[in-house]
Design a binder for this molecule. Sequence first.
Ligand SMILES: NC(=O)c1ccc[n+]([C@@H]2O[C@H](COP(=O)([O-])OP(=O)(O)OC[C@H]3O[C@@H](n4cnc5c(N)ncnc54)[C@H](O)[C@@H]3O)[C@@H](O)[C@H]2O)c1
Length: 249
Amino acid sequence: MIKVAVCGAYGKMGKEVCAAVEADSSMSLAAKIDLCGDAYRTIEEAKQSCKFDVLVDFTQPASIYENAKYCLRNGINVVIGTTGLKDDEIAFLEKLSKENHIGCLIAPNFSTGAVLMMMFSKLAAKYFDNAEIIELHHNQKKDAPSGTAIKTALMMSEAKETFKKGNCPEVETVKGSRGGTSYSDIQIHSVRMPGYIASQEVIFGSSGQIFKIRHDSMDRTCYMPGVLMAIRHVADQKDFVYGLENIMD
Ligand SMILES: NC(=O)c1ccc[n+]([C@@H]2O[C@H](COP(=O)([O-])OP(=O)(O)OC[C@H]3O[C@@H](n4cnc5c(N)ncnc54)[C@H](O)[C@@H]3O)[C@@H](O)[C@H]2O)c1
């Protein structure tokens, strides 16, 4: 039985994680940590009062780096869903994880469907000359483009160095109408709209054909199979992993 603590337990994602852990017969919910409600206020407080094998963090960008360092320095395997870690911070967490032999899995997206969309986009990339990404999110999202769109472009760029744009000199009469340029010159377009949770479409084109790969998150339960997979992985392997695609077989 894997004992799990959830940090950010009363947030939108944290509540789903608590419910998913409680519904899984191979896990038990050992502690809730949050700044509100009847939860432990800090990871340290929870650690002094109860035992857990894995901590799952869905808090906020401002606290994730400190939380993760605390876990990796204090023998707690950690699954990180919180976004906002910088590249140098991720590199340091990798170092701590390896030095201390503590499991650490960071995933910008835990939805298995979204990860497959990225993997399939990488696979398709080498067969098409043109590719553009449209990502669509709820209107409370603070960053644009989404981390998933950037990661998709990065994975596609590993398969193909450059993509074509239009086939003629382009003039933007409305600034920004062609979107933003990312890895391998792939254009990314961001839509913010009430009603969406998270959607993304990757459009590929070449002479005479269009190929589209689309993923829609209808509610936050879509992240839970990936989170449970990550919990099992860090409890068992105690290694460092960045990206859910690396443990999906
Ligand atoms: N990786 C993924 O697949 C994925 C999916 C959705 C959201 N996210 C990310 O997860 C994070 C949380 O998202 P959300 O929508 O649940 O946010 P939310 O605001 O609904 O919940 C965050 C919770 O964390 C608590 N919290 C904040 N700081 C804390 C701290 N230092 N210690 C303990 N608790 C703390 C808050 O009180 C709140 O209850 C965000 O960074 C978001 O971008 C990741």
